[in-house]
Design a binder for this molecule. Structure first.
Ligand code: IDP
Ligand code: MG
Length: 155
């Protein structure tokens, strides 16, 4: 049985400005990823220092943080089998020009840091990032009538 996981996604300010929120969420839904958390988040400098701590030494760090604070971001927690790696597949490589055609970053973006989406890169960082942005009461588990078709349960 594959591993049912939850992962953290942020839709970045370029997704909001370019009216791509719906298109991106639609692609996650089409893949069969279940939305278990969804809200606007106004990121702060402190939150970004923590979230992008692996990039503090990079020359683009300050401008990346500035970019991420331009508008609220949409935070999502998505659930599915191997959700962490499956979402990264749908999202595509960090540099949109190196991303495979058909991925969201390749299809809708050109450059960094404006590559539309953050998605956790491992189950361990997903657990930390979900806790960073969502309280327990903001996550919802529920049955969908399509679960058995998407997840293969009881078929
Ligand atoms: P990821 O978002 O695919 O996990 P990371 O290496 O964790 O990639 O980088 C976080 C974010 O930092 C990227 O999504 C992108 O927005 C930004 N970034 C990464 N590399 C560069 C760069 O070389 N120039 C500008 N921004 C970058
Ligand atoms: Mg990353």
């Amino acid at each position: 049985m594959p591993d049912k996981q939850q992962t953290l996604v942020l839709l970045k300010p370029d997704a909001l400005q370019r009216d791509l929120l719906g298109e991106i969420i639609r692609r996650f839904e089409m893949k069969g990823l279940k939305i278990v958390g969804l809200k606007f988040i106004r990121l702060t400098d402190e939150m970004l220092d923590e979230h992008y701590s692996h990039l503090t030494s990079k020359s683009f760090f300050a401008s990346l943080k500035q970019f991420m604070m331009q508008t609220p971001v949409v935070g999502m927690v998505l659930e599915g089998y191997d959700a962490v790696s499956e979402i990264r597949k749908v999202v595509g490589s960090t540099n949109p020009r190196e991303a495979d055609a058909g991925t969201i970053r390749a299809d809708f973006s050109m450059n960094m840091p404006s590559n539309l989406i953050h998605a956790s890169d491992s189950p361990e960082s997903a657990a930390v990032e979900i806790k960073r942005f969502f309280k327990d009461g903001e996550l919802f588990t529920y049955e969908k009538i399509t679960d058995r078709y998407i997840f293969g349960e009881g078929v």
